[in-house]
Design a protein around this ligand. Structure first.
Ligand SMILES: [Zn+2]
Length: 259
Protein backbone atom coordinates (compact mmCIF):
# COMPACT_ATOMS: atom_id res chain seq x y z
CA UNK A 1 0.00 0.00 0.00
CA UNK A 2 2.71 2.39 0.95
CA UNK A 3 4.78 3.01 -2.11
CA UNK A 4 5.89 6.55 -1.73
CA UNK A 5 8.47 7.09 1.01
CA UNK A 6 11.68 6.44 -0.86
CA UNK A 7 12.66 6.45 -4.50
CA UNK A 8 12.96 2.94 -5.87
CA UNK A 9 16.51 1.97 -6.64
CA UNK A 10 17.17 2.44 -10.32
CA UNK A 11 13.98 4.43 -10.76
CA UNK A 12 12.89 7.96 -10.42
CA UNK A 13 9.40 7.80 -8.95
CA UNK A 14 7.10 8.42 -11.85
CA UNK A 15 5.31 11.60 -12.53
CA UNK A 16 1.90 10.78 -13.80
CA UNK A 17 2.11 12.76 -16.99
CA UNK A 18 4.88 12.60 -19.52
CA UNK A 19 5.84 14.40 -22.68
CA UNK A 20 3.50 13.58 -25.52
CA UNK A 21 0.53 12.79 -23.31
CA UNK A 22 -2.38 15.11 -23.06
CA UNK A 23 -4.00 15.67 -19.73
CA UNK A 24 -7.65 15.53 -19.34
CA UNK A 25 -9.49 12.88 -17.37
CA UNK A 26 -10.30 14.32 -13.96
CA UNK A 27 -10.00 12.08 -10.92
CA UNK A 28 -12.94 11.93 -8.53
CA UNK A 29 -11.89 14.31 -5.78
CA UNK A 30 -12.80 14.70 -2.95
CA UNK A 31 -12.75 11.24 -1.45
CA UNK A 32 -16.41 11.52 -0.40
CA UNK A 33 -17.16 10.87 -4.08
CA UNK A 34 -15.23 7.62 -4.08
CA UNK A 35 -17.43 4.58 -4.57
CA UNK A 36 -17.54 1.48 -6.72
CA UNK A 37 -19.71 3.40 -9.19
CA UNK A 38 -17.34 6.35 -9.46
CA UNK A 39 -14.39 4.00 -9.83
CA UNK A 40 -16.09 2.16 -12.70
CA UNK A 41 -17.14 5.49 -14.24
CA UNK A 42 -13.50 6.53 -14.16
CA UNK A 43 -12.45 3.32 -15.89
CA UNK A 44 -15.17 3.92 -18.50
CA UNK A 45 -13.68 7.35 -19.23
CA UNK A 46 -10.12 6.06 -19.35
CA UNK A 47 -10.69 3.18 -21.74
CA UNK A 48 -10.74 4.03 -25.43
CA UNK A 49 -10.29 2.09 -28.64
CA UNK A 50 -6.70 3.34 -28.63
CA UNK A 51 -6.19 2.35 -25.00
CA UNK A 52 -8.12 -0.81 -24.12
CA UNK A 53 -7.78 -2.63 -20.83
CA UNK A 54 -4.79 -4.95 -20.68
CA UNK A 55 -2.88 -7.36 -18.49
CA UNK A 56 0.64 -7.15 -17.14
CA UNK A 57 1.26 -10.47 -18.89
CA UNK A 58 -0.10 -9.17 -22.21
CA UNK A 59 2.71 -8.55 -24.66
CA UNK A 60 0.55 -7.22 -27.49
CA UNK A 61 1.49 -3.94 -29.13
CA UNK A 62 -0.17 -0.62 -28.42
CA UNK A 63 -1.23 1.33 -25.37
CA UNK A 64 -3.11 -0.29 -22.52
CA UNK A 65 -4.84 0.65 -19.31
CA UNK A 66 -3.56 -1.68 -16.60
CA UNK A 67 -5.90 -1.87 -13.63
CA UNK A 68 -3.96 -3.03 -10.59
CA UNK A 69 -5.58 -3.69 -7.23
CA UNK A 70 -3.34 -4.49 -4.29
CA UNK A 71 -5.32 -6.31 -1.60
CA UNK A 72 -3.54 -5.11 1.54
CA UNK A 73 -6.26 -5.36 4.12
CA UNK A 74 -9.36 -7.40 3.43
CA UNK A 75 -10.55 -10.07 1.03
CA UNK A 76 -14.27 -9.33 1.34
CA UNK A 77 -13.72 -5.75 0.19
CA UNK A 78 -11.68 -7.11 -2.72
CA UNK A 79 -14.51 -9.45 -3.67
CA UNK A 80 -17.11 -6.65 -3.59
CA UNK A 81 -14.79 -4.56 -5.72
CA UNK A 82 -14.14 -7.37 -8.20
CA UNK A 83 -17.85 -8.12 -8.61
CA UNK A 84 -18.62 -4.45 -9.29
CA UNK A 85 -15.84 -4.20 -11.85
CA UNK A 86 -17.10 -7.35 -13.57
CA UNK A 87 -20.68 -6.01 -13.65
CA UNK A 88 -19.37 -3.05 -15.64
CA UNK A 89 -17.62 -5.44 -18.07
CA UNK A 90 -14.14 -4.35 -17.00
CA UNK A 91 -11.29 -6.60 -15.94
CA UNK A 92 -8.35 -6.10 -13.63
CA UNK A 93 -5.55 -7.86 -11.81
CA UNK A 94 -5.93 -8.39 -8.07
CA UNK A 95 -2.77 -8.96 -6.06
CA UNK A 96 -2.92 -10.91 -2.79
CA UNK A 97 -0.56 -11.04 0.16
CA UNK A 98 0.59 -14.55 0.96
CA UNK A 99 2.73 -13.50 3.92
CA UNK A 100 0.70 -10.55 5.13
CA UNK A 101 -0.59 -10.07 8.65
CA UNK A 102 -4.06 -8.77 7.83
CA UNK A 103 -5.67 -11.90 6.39
CA UNK A 104 -4.85 -15.57 6.14
CA UNK A 105 -4.77 -16.92 2.62
CA UNK A 106 -4.72 -20.49 3.94
CA UNK A 107 -8.29 -20.23 5.24
CA UNK A 108 -10.82 -22.11 3.13
CA UNK A 109 -12.90 -18.97 2.71
CA UNK A 110 -9.88 -16.97 1.55
CA UNK A 111 -9.13 -19.54 -1.13
CA UNK A 112 -12.78 -19.45 -2.20
CA UNK A 113 -12.71 -15.65 -2.46
CA UNK A 114 -9.59 -15.61 -4.63
CA UNK A 115 -11.07 -18.29 -6.89
CA UNK A 116 -14.31 -16.34 -7.20
CA UNK A 117 -12.42 -13.20 -8.16
CA UNK A 118 -10.61 -15.19 -10.86
CA UNK A 119 -13.93 -16.66 -11.99
CA UNK A 120 -15.21 -13.09 -12.49
CA UNK A 121 -12.78 -12.85 -15.39
CA UNK A 122 -10.05 -11.03 -13.49
CA UNK A 123 -6.49 -12.23 -13.17
CA UNK A 124 -4.74 -12.98 -9.96
CA UNK A 125 -1.28 -12.03 -8.80
CA UNK A 126 0.69 -12.06 -5.60
CA UNK A 127 1.52 -8.94 -3.62
CA UNK A 128 4.95 -9.66 -2.22
CA UNK A 129 6.13 -7.78 0.85
CA UNK A 130 9.58 -6.78 -0.36
CA UNK A 131 10.62 -5.77 3.16
CA UNK A 132 10.69 -9.46 4.14
CA UNK A 133 13.60 -10.22 1.83
CA UNK A 134 17.08 -8.88 1.36
CA UNK A 135 17.76 -7.72 -2.22
CA UNK A 136 19.76 -10.86 -2.96
CA UNK A 137 16.96 -13.11 -1.66
CA UNK A 138 14.07 -11.34 -3.35
CA UNK A 139 13.89 -13.26 -6.66
CA UNK A 140 14.05 -16.65 -4.93
CA UNK A 141 11.53 -15.50 -2.34
CA UNK A 142 9.05 -14.40 -4.99
CA UNK A 143 9.44 -17.67 -6.89
CA UNK A 144 8.72 -19.61 -3.70
CA UNK A 145 5.65 -17.46 -3.00
CA UNK A 146 4.37 -18.02 -6.55
CA UNK A 147 4.62 -21.82 -6.31
CA UNK A 148 3.16 -21.84 -2.78
CA UNK A 149 0.25 -19.63 -3.83
CA UNK A 150 -0.51 -21.80 -6.87
CA UNK A 151 -0.36 -24.93 -4.75
CA UNK A 152 -2.79 -23.51 -2.19
CA UNK A 153 -5.20 -21.63 -4.41
CA UNK A 154 -4.89 -23.61 -7.63
CA UNK A 155 -5.15 -20.46 -9.74
CA UNK A 156 -2.19 -19.44 -11.92
CA UNK A 157 -0.25 -16.38 -10.82
CA UNK A 158 -0.42 -13.88 -13.68
CA UNK A 159 1.99 -11.30 -12.32
CA UNK A 160 3.52 -9.80 -9.19
CA UNK A 161 3.26 -6.47 -7.39
CA UNK A 162 5.32 -5.41 -4.42
CA UNK A 163 4.24 -4.18 -1.02
CA UNK A 164 6.75 -1.75 0.52
CA UNK A 165 8.94 -1.93 -2.59
CA UNK A 166 11.34 0.77 -1.42
CA UNK A 167 12.40 -0.75 1.89
CA UNK A 168 15.67 -2.01 0.45
CA UNK A 169 17.61 -0.72 -2.55
CA UNK A 170 16.47 -3.25 -5.14
CA UNK A 171 17.09 -3.13 -8.87
CA UNK A 172 13.61 -4.25 -9.87
CA UNK A 173 14.51 -4.59 -13.54
CA UNK A 174 17.13 -7.19 -12.66
CA UNK A 175 14.80 -9.60 -10.83
CA UNK A 176 14.68 -13.11 -12.25
CA UNK A 177 11.00 -14.10 -12.14
CA UNK A 178 8.81 -16.42 -14.22
CA UNK A 179 6.06 -13.79 -14.55
CA UNK A 180 6.02 -10.00 -15.08
CA UNK A 181 5.97 -7.59 -12.16
CA UNK A 182 4.46 -4.13 -11.84
CA UNK A 183 7.72 -2.29 -11.11
CA UNK A 184 9.44 -3.24 -14.32
CA UNK A 185 10.55 -0.14 -16.16
CA UNK A 186 8.03 -0.80 -18.96
CA UNK A 187 5.14 -0.62 -16.44
CA UNK A 188 6.46 2.00 -14.09
CA UNK A 189 8.95 4.44 -15.60
CA UNK A 190 8.10 4.19 -19.28
CA UNK A 191 4.35 4.70 -18.87
CA UNK A 192 2.16 6.81 -16.62
CA UNK A 193 1.59 5.48 -13.11
CA UNK A 194 -1.05 6.80 -10.72
CA UNK A 195 -2.08 5.41 -7.35
CA UNK A 196 -4.46 6.02 -4.45
CA UNK A 197 -2.04 4.74 -1.82
CA UNK A 198 -2.97 5.71 1.76
CA UNK A 199 -6.37 6.85 0.49
CA UNK A 200 -4.95 9.77 -1.46
CA UNK A 201 -4.43 10.20 -5.15
CA UNK A 202 -0.93 11.14 -6.20
CA UNK A 203 -2.35 13.15 -9.12
CA UNK A 204 -5.33 15.38 -9.86
CA UNK A 205 -5.89 14.29 -13.44
CA UNK A 206 -5.11 11.25 -15.53
CA UNK A 207 -3.58 11.25 -18.98
CA UNK A 208 -6.20 10.60 -21.64
CA UNK A 209 -3.79 8.79 -23.94
CA UNK A 210 -0.76 6.55 -23.65
CA UNK A 211 -0.40 3.49 -21.45
CA UNK A 212 -1.33 3.90 -17.82
CA UNK A 213 -0.86 1.73 -14.74
CA UNK A 214 -3.65 2.66 -12.33
CA UNK A 215 -3.11 1.27 -8.83
CA UNK A 216 -6.12 1.41 -6.55
CA UNK A 217 -6.91 -0.36 -3.28
CA UNK A 218 -10.35 -1.91 -2.83
CA UNK A 219 -10.89 -0.47 0.67
CA UNK A 220 -11.06 3.13 -0.55
CA UNK A 221 -13.78 2.31 -3.11
CA UNK A 222 -15.73 -0.60 -1.59
CA UNK A 223 -15.43 0.45 2.06
CA UNK A 224 -18.24 2.05 4.10
CA UNK A 225 -18.30 5.75 4.87
CA UNK A 226 -17.61 9.11 3.27
CA UNK A 227 -13.91 9.41 4.13
CA UNK A 228 -10.91 7.11 3.99
CA UNK A 229 -10.81 7.20 7.79
CA UNK A 230 -14.44 6.11 7.99
CA UNK A 231 -13.79 3.26 5.58
CA UNK A 232 -10.87 2.05 7.64
CA UNK A 233 -12.86 2.43 10.88
CA UNK A 234 -15.70 0.39 9.44
CA UNK A 235 -13.30 -2.39 8.49
CA UNK A 236 -11.68 -2.34 11.92
CA UNK A 237 -15.09 -2.68 13.58
CA UNK A 238 -16.07 -5.59 11.34
CA UNK A 239 -12.79 -7.37 11.88
CA UNK A 240 -13.00 -6.89 15.65
CA UNK A 241 -16.36 -8.64 15.56
CA UNK A 242 -15.08 -11.50 13.43
CA UNK A 243 -12.03 -11.93 15.68
CA UNK A 244 -14.29 -11.95 18.74
CA UNK A 245 -16.44 -14.66 17.14
CA UNK A 246 -13.36 -16.70 16.25
CA UNK A 247 -12.00 -16.41 19.80
CA UNK A 248 -15.36 -17.46 21.19
CA UNK A 249 -15.25 -20.53 18.99
CA UNK A 250 -11.89 -21.48 20.46
CA UNK A 251 -12.55 -20.41 24.08
CA UNK A 252 -16.12 -21.07 25.15
CA UNK A 253 -15.19 -20.46 28.81
CA UNK A 254 -14.55 -16.73 28.22
CA UNK A 255 -18.00 -15.68 27.10
CA UNK A 256 -17.87 -12.55 29.26
CA UNK A 257 -15.01 -11.36 27.05
CA UNK A 258 -15.82 -12.89 23.68
CA UNK A 259 -19.63 -12.96 23.66
ZN1 LIG B 1 0.59 -3.03 -0.54
Amino acid sequence: MDHTEFPLAGHVLSLWARVGQTLGVPIPVPESAWSLDTYCDLVDRLTTTNRPLGWFSDTSEGDHLLLRHDVDLDLDLALSHARAVERRSHFATYFFLLRGTTYNLLEDRSVAVVREIAACGHRVGIHVDASLYSPSELSAGVRTEISTFEQIVDVPVDSVSFHRPATHPVDYDALDLPVPHAYERRFFDDIAYVSDSRGRWNARELPDSGSLQLLTHPIWWAGDGPTSGDRLRSLLNRRETSFRNAAQGYLSNFDELTG
